[in-house]
Design a protein around this ligand. Structure first.
Ligand code: 6R9
Length: 646
């Protein structure tokens, strides 16, 4: 089949910050002399004390250390707010669109300043200081942004926990970073449904303790329990403070935030990002990848609970003085035209969403899209998982009316910002390919032994050198950081993704090569779902794998061995799905549960996931070598009782 290529439109090459020649020139310069390149671009943010040292990085086994701009002093909130006040105080910083289409709010940079200062003062009055950890468990309301920026202003480290996580998951995250303060809302509102955030916080704290203050923002007005001395309504506390609060001077390597993410083993890791390098990288990628120009309206549909929300709803856009749209709702409420109506309502120019949303909306047909105008759109973006060419084409043709380039941006919580993506004025597009590396990024494809493969090839994706937005450590566990990312291929950062490079030097991400699955763009460790399942009294053993799913990208397939004497019933199947929902959160609900009296194991007792994956994928003819199984007949039973997909 001939590969489709969409050339850079002539007007894009002219208008964009970089065309192809400039991209090549800048990319080469960034690789030839990273120090000089980042010395220049690090100054795109304002520094209280300018840096003299640019890069101080070691990937050496056992002593991985990553420092950028280390003698510089700055503050992220200052860069996202204060430095814009003189020139764009009256410009809209945040457009908030509520779950209910009749609700929206515009917040100027000056208002943002006042709101963030108030929030910071409320936190300061509760003893929050530089270096303290603050957990934020909020719906997509402006106060979530105010709270994050208030932490940045004070130098406190925020840990945002996605509002869809269960009390147990929240508890684990509060405990891991020892947050004494939690910020939440009475309830969240998504697709017309209420989410009991405050009640979840109460349940989490009952489990782990250690929290001195809970600041509660009123969203729905629900009647929630308030514990005297611990809980305070934000609007009451905010009425008592001023709208002035100085920015704490922060060293470039002082932490900015922790964000928990799933890996192949163990509990979620606290990915730690620091101040200077993160902001330089988030703002620079936002400007160049989305070709953001003054006055553009930028909409990233992610939740602030994920890294995409951190870097491309908040920090990147605001550092650039952009107008960023924050959406509380979901793509299909009140109907399947919602995204496109919001684009028309707020005249959005740049729209950034996830393949799972595109695939779901594609199933609803063209009509909900076509009845809206979308003439304001200029650029489309995709993130979170590989986008299949069919969904790419639909996004391009139907949503973008064939006028808007698509930037398929590959990156991770760990990378802080986009690493591989087209620049719309510079790089011809191939549907399904994240195309070329951003400035300063050195992708390498290696084989299982770590040999670097050249030319057109396929293997595991590593990054050979550091970039300013890279995570610095796993909070509280630097050894785990080194083991997870720098030990498989010593001297390189290992991404956990598989990747193909074609003859044109384009990168095609093929998905995770570890035990991480990507369900609707949400990262999940199969081990987390397994440990939730085995925590159920009737489950003796569980093995979880991903399988191809039309809308979610991957679905969750759970093989469950029950305790002796327990009857495998339909009811129990449903109960187990509910159980996982409750233990981790709705995003982790297994799509299919197969009761398996035995799991395929090696003689040493290791579960052979390769075989379970193949069965879940319906690839029975291609099971590979099963001769090392302790009991090969187990496989026939598994195939015979496999769960149906539709
Ligand atoms: C930003 C974000 C990271 C994992 C990553 C990869 C997958 C993300 C992708 C993509 C193909 C893209 N991924 N973007 N795969 N093409 N454009 O999603 O961070 O939640 O940490 O997930 O998502 O597998 O390793 P995170």
């Amino acid at each position: 089949m001939q590969e489709k290529v969409y050339e850079v439109p002539a007007d894009w090459a002219k208008r964009a910050y970089v065309d192809e020649a400039r991209y090549n020139e800048m990319y080469e310069a960034s690789i030839r002399d990273p120090e000089a390149f980042w010395d220049e671009h690090g100054r795109r943010i304002d520094w209280f004390t300018p840096y003299e040292k640019v890069k101080n990085v070691s990937y050496a086994p056992g002593e991985v250390s990553i420092r950028w701009f280390e003698d510089g002093v700055t503050n992220v909130a200052y860069n996202c707010i204060d430095r814009h006040l003189e020139t764009r105080g009256d410009q809209t910083a945040i457009i908030w669109e509520g779950d209910d289409p009749s609700e929206s709010r515009l917040i100027t940079y000056r208002e943002l300043h006042d709101e963030v200062c108030r929030f910071a003062n409320v936190l300061r009055n509760r003893g929050v200081e530089k270096g303290d950890r603050v957990t934020i468990y909020m719906p997509m309301i402006p106060e979530a942004a105010f709270a994050m920026l208030a932490c940045a202003r004070l130098g406190a480290i925020h840990s945002v926990v996605f509002g869809g996580f269960s009390p147990d998951s929240l508890a684990g995250r509060i405990e891991d970073c020892a947050s004494k303060v939690v910020i939440t809302a009475d309830e969240g509102l998504r697709g017309g449904r209420k989410v009991p955030l405050k009640a979840n916080v109460d349940a989490a704290i009952a489990k782990v303790g250690g929290v001195d203050h809970v600041v509660v923002v009123r969203r729905t007005g629900a009647d929630v329990a308030m514990e005297p001395g611990r809980d305070v309504w934000y609007h009451e506390a905010a009425a008592l403070v001023t709208s002035e609060c100085p920015c704490e001077p922060m060293e470039a390597e002082d932490p900015l935030f922790i964000l928990y993410t799933s890996g192949s083993t163990g509990k979620p890791k606290g990915v730690l990002h620091t101040t200077g390098g993160y902001l330089v990288y988030a703002s620079m990628t936002h400007q160049y990848v989305f070709d953001y120009h003054d006055g553009d309206i930028f909409w990233c549909t992610a939740d602030v609970g994920w890294v995409t929300g951190h870097s491309y709803i908040l920090y990147g856009p605001l550092a650039n003085g952009a107008t960023t749209l924050m959406f509380e709702g979901v793509p299909n409420y009140p109907d399947n035209s919602r995204f496109w109506r919001v684009i028309d309502k707020h005249q959005v120019n740049i729209f950034y969403t996830a393949p799972t949303a595109i695939r779901a909306l594609m199933q609803a047909g063209d009509e909900p899209v076509k009845k809206t105008s979308r003439t304001s759109l200029r650029l489309l973006g995709s993130v979170g998982e590989p986008i299949n060419p069919e969904a790419w084409e639909w996004y391009y043709r139907v949503v973008g009316d064939g006028r808007c380039p698509i930037v398929d941006t590959w990156w991770q919580t760990e990378t802080g910002g986009i690493l591989i993506s087209p620049l719309p004025g510079a790089i011809a597009l191939k549907p399904g390919s994240a195309t070329r590396p951003f400035f300063g990024i050195r992708p390498e494809i290696v084989d299982a032994e770590g040999k670097v493969l050249e030319g057109a090839t396929e293997g595991n994706l590593c990054i050979a050198d550091s970039w300013p937005g890279q995570m610095r450590t796993v909070y509280g566990d630097h050894q785990r950081f080194m083991d997870t990312y720098f030990s498989t291929y010593p001297g390189k950062y290992f991404t956990g993704d598989g990747c193909r490079r074609d003859a044109d030097g384009y990168y095609w991400i093929t998905g995770r090569v570890d035990d991480v699955i990507n369900v609707s763009g949400h990262r999940m460790g199969t081990a987390e779902v397994e440990s939730a399942l085995v925590a159920h009294a009737k489950v003796s053993e569980a093995a979880v794998v991903g399988y191809p799913h039309d809308i979610k990208g991957q679905g969750i397939y759970a093989y469950v061995t029950l305790m002796a004497g327990v009857e495998p019933t339909e009811e129990l199947r449903k109960e187990l799905v509910q159980w996982v929902r409750k233990e981790i959160g709705p995003i982790a609900s297994p799509d299919l549960v197969q009761f398996a009296p035995n799991l395929p194991k090696t003689r040493s007792g290791k579960i052979m996931r390769r075989i379970l994956r193949k069965i879940a994928e319906d690839e029975f003819s291609n099971l590979g070598d099963t001769s090392t199984l302790a009991d090969p007949s187990v496989v026939d039973d598994l195939i015979h009782n496999r769960q149906n997909k539709r």
